[in-house]
Design a protein around this ligand. Structure first.
Ligand SMILES: [Zn+2]
Length: 355
């Protein structure tokens, strides 16, 4: 990057205030040649739904939790960057500042507009909202109106596609899913003038066919709701996000997740989350290898015990002691990293009802 470009970044920072500081950090990192001490090739993406809506504890964070989380990001040396910028940097092999965080909010709830936006704007934090268009068209009381969404767009908020009808799409057929996603795309364009390049799977659930449809429709990235870190080696159409809610909103957990690094799990099998056998066998290779592979630990949901083995072919193989209950299942693997941080890999699985 040229000195002129850095000067422009400074000028932009003066014009835009704190919001541009993150962009400035990127400029400095790049100008320094991506020094190893501050450059990263990963980022943590956070996922919210509701703010201060205590009737929905599984998708809500309290206002006190949210304010504590923002304070930690402001004070803790994090670079909160627009999600499209983070993904572009990773895709092009450009370094990011260490401790880069992206903020996403699903469903376009009214508390996003009334509670979250003012606080994020004051902190100078960009964010992305994944919109399901049918509930907006139907004028649901708890969902933003198109007018409110236009105000967010005017303020620079990124809008993503979250389908039109917000169904369990992997259970539906391909033509219906295509029509639904194209309807959402058309409504976002008509109402907001937005060509949404990002997609978030409703309920965070996908299968191989739905992932292929996201690719066919030209989305540059698609997000689930499984825990983990977005890295240069990640599959851009099944990206993880850390979910925040009242149960998982405590500041100790927040401090832990925003500091996480990628585990480096590659060539993960199975590559379709919908189980064809239950229990499945999961395997992957960790690249670069862990300094102490015996420090790797994996935990499964649903009361299922996970046993991991480091095989001679370099693969980590994980077996489970019993079938998962029907529905969504999770596997999370962690290993300690430097400076008290953790490497993290999360895998989403779905046990069909008839398995
Ligand atoms: Zn949703």
């Amino acid at each position: 990057m040229s000195a002129g470009a850095i000067g422009n970044a400074f000028a932009a920072a003066r014009r835009a205030g704190r919001a541009a500081c993150a962009a400035l950090a990127v400029a400095i990192t790049l100008a320094a040649g991506g020094g190893a001490a501050i450059a990263a090739e990963s980022a943590v993406i956070l996922m919210y739904h509701r703010f201060g809506e205590d009737r929905y504890p599984s998708t809500n964070v309290t206002i006190a939790q949210f304010e504590a989380q923002i304070d930690h990001l402001v004070d803790g040396g994090y670079s909160v960057l627009p999600v499209p910028d983070i993904l572009a940097a990773l895709g092009e092999g450009r370094p990011l500042p260490d401790r880069t965080v992206g903020i996403t909010v699903d469903d376009a709830t009214r508390s996003t507009f009334e509670v979250a936006w003012p606080r994020l704007a004051e902190a100078g934090f960009p964010f992305s909202v994944f919109v399901s268009t049918d509930p907006v068209d139907e004028g649901h009381a708890g969902i933003m109106s198109w007018d409110e969404l236009r105000r967010l767009v005017a303020a620079g908020v990124t809008i993503g596609n979250h389908s039109a009808a917000h169904r369990y799409m992997w259970q539906g057929d391909d033509d219906a899913n295509r029509a639904d996603l194209l309807r959402a795309r058309r409504r976002l364009a008509e109402e907001l003038g937005v060509d949404a390049a990002l997609f978030a799977y409703p309920f965070g659930e996908w299968n191989a066919a739905l992932r292929a449809l996201a690719a066919e429709l030209g989305f540059t990235a698609a997000f689930g709701q499984h825990s983990g870190v977005v890295a240069a080696h990640s599959d851009m159409l099944t990206l993880p996000r850390f979910a925040l809610n009242e149960n998982y909103g405590a500041i100790d957990r927040f401090r832990l997740i925003v500091d996480t690094l990628p585990l480096g799990a590659r060539s993960v099998t199975p590559d379709d989350p919908i189980m064809t056998e239950n229990p499945p066998t999961v395997s992957f290779t960790i690249e670069p290898p862990l300094p102490r592979r015996e420090a790797l630990a994996c935990y499964a949901s649903g009361g299922v015990a996970a046993t991991l083995a480091h095989e001679e072919d370099g693969r980590v193989r994980i077996r489970f002691d019993r079938p998962f209950p029907p529905g969504r299942a999770r596997l999370n693997c962690t290993a300690p990293a430097e400076a008290g941080r953790w490497r993290w890999f999360g895998l989403q699985l779905v046990a069909p009802r008839d398995s």
